[in-house]
Design a binder for this molecule. Structure first.
Ligand SMILES: Cc1cc2nc3c(=O)[nH]c(=O)nc-3n(C[C@H](O)[C@H](O)[C@H](O)COP(=O)(O)OP(=O)(O)OC[C@H]3O[C@@H](n4cnc5c(N)ncnc54)[C@H](O)[C@@H]3O)c2cc1C
Length: 395
């Protein structure tokens, strides 16, 4: 999200860099060097070792896991330039940001924009410290791309709502403490009858059934709400404003999914190792070299655009462009990596494959989902046509 903090002069930025470096040296447990601690929404909670906990608490208390969020809610209160320095210094030290998940990616920034002061004070500090895990209650059996068709109903019962209905594909629902959900508060108005409600997953009447995939893992769930009592204070914004707030959250989600393409292995290093090099030290296969060069150029152009869009005030309708092109790019890269790996790019599990090889194959397969969740590519293309190009439905 765009920061409201004042920019520092360049000399002060260099002093800040040294401060960050010293702090990492003093606080980052060496045992975690190179360990990916990013909280994936689709994975279970990672093991709580003393070093992991110490690092999470240290980064959380400093507010550096959410560096540009306001200080009064537990963020770092820093500028975009300072946040970039923190990221660069973490990378330099082989340190991963332990603060993440849906709270950071999408719910937190949305609550900062639309929540009441009480709601921000209640929820944002816990997100900045990764103390609470959030899940997303949007999709339903008959409301995916046509999300506004959602039927989960929240009946007004005075001081609380009584929620009944079913959500599906709830990523990490079985591990989540809370859920930000879109519910219907008015059956007579498709869009203006939707409200944005925060539901405690431990409330009586919430039932989570993990969906088992063919691979045996269950990263997402069906979530059933039966007469679940939700206090009125958990309504974000006003009744009927849920569609506007819900779409804003999706812009954060889409920007993050698109930009996620950033964390990728170096294809040229892999290709040099697998295919070999010519007398000039280049990848031996000229056709492969050209494909890699094109992908690298597309990647650089994409990241420059993503950074510019984010610097220009955070998320917007352009997040649909970032999601479409970022995910396509990541899929193309993953595809090429598997191709270069040859037979080693065919393993799902078992002996004969290294951990890195299995990781690449799983990453490639999981990458297929990125053009579906958060709104499919077809839906993003529709949004771009309507909202950016100004085309009507029939054009
Ligand atoms: C890995 C994964 C994790 C997910 N996690 C969550 C989660 O945590 N919470 C949550 O709420 N949801 C989650 N989802 C659900 C996701 O948001 C939906 O799958 C997605 O919005 C598509 O909806 P659908 O699956 O119902 O497909 P459908 O809407 O049935 O679409 C089927 C196909 O038709 C196309 N299509 C539909 N309408 C149009 C149209 N108007 N124009 C052109 N093409 C169209 C779609 O692009 C798609 O290819 C997750 C999905 C996946 C795959």
């Amino acid at each position: 999200m765009a920061s409201l903090a004042e920019e520092r002069p360049a000399a002060d930025l260099e002093a800040f860099r040294l401060e960050v470096r010293d702090w990492i040296e003093a606080n980052f447990p060496k045992s975690l060097k190179g360990v990916d601690m990013s909280l994936s929404a689709l994975e279970g909670p990672s093991e709580k070792t003393p070093d992991r906990e110490a690092w999470r608490i240290a980064v959380g208390e400093k507010g550096w896991g959410t560096p540009t969020w306001p200080r009064q809610y537990g963020g770092g209160g820093l500028t975009g330039a300072e946040a970039k320095i923190i990221q660069q210094e973490f990378t330099r030290a082989g340190a991963s940001n332990p603060i993440g998940g849906m709270g950071v990616m999408m719910f937190g920034p949305t609550l900062l924009e639309y929540g009441s002061e009480e709601q921000k004070m209640e929820h944002i500090p816990a997100i900045c410290k990764a103390e609470v895990r959030w899940c997303q209650g949007y999709s339903e059996p008959n409301a995916g791309s046509d999300l506004a068709n959602l039927q989960t109903f929240a009946e007004d019962c005075g001081d609380h709502y009584l929620v009944n209905g079913q959500k599906t594909w709830t990523s990490g629902g079985q591990w989540a403490d809370k859920c930000f959900a879109l519910v219907r508060t008015d059956k007579s108005d498709k869009h203006n009858g939707i409200s944005f409600l925060l539901i405690d997953m431990t409330s009586p009447g919430v039932e989570v059934r993990p969906i088992k995939m063919i691979s045996g893992v269950s990263p997402f769930c069906e979530t059933f709400f039966t007469n679940v009592k939700v206090p009125k204070k958990n309504l974000v914004g006003v009744e009927g404003q849920g569609w506007t707030i819900g779409k804003r959250l999706l812009q954060h989600e889409r920007t993050n999914i698109g930009s996620g393409a950033r964390n990728m292995v170096s294809i040229s290093a892999l290709a040099k190792k697998q295919i070999g090099v010519d007398e000039q030290g280049r990848i031996a296969d000229p056709e492969l070299r050209a494909r890699i060069a094109r992908l690298e150029m597309d990647g650089m152009a994409f990241f420059q655009t993503a950074m510019r869009v984010q610097a220009e005030g955070g998320v917007s309708v352009a997040s649909s462009i970032l999601k479409t092109s970022g995910t396509k790019l990541a899929q193309e890269r993953a595809e090429l990596i598997i191709e270069i790996m040859g037979m080693q790019g065919l393993g799902w599990e078992g002996e004969g494959f290294s951990e890195k090889e299995l990781e690449a194959v799983r990453g490639w397969l999981f990458g297929k989902a990125t053009t579906i969740f958060g709104g499919s590519t077809e839906i993003q293309t529709n949004i771009v046509a309507k909202r950016i190009l100004g085309m009507l439905d029939h054009q």
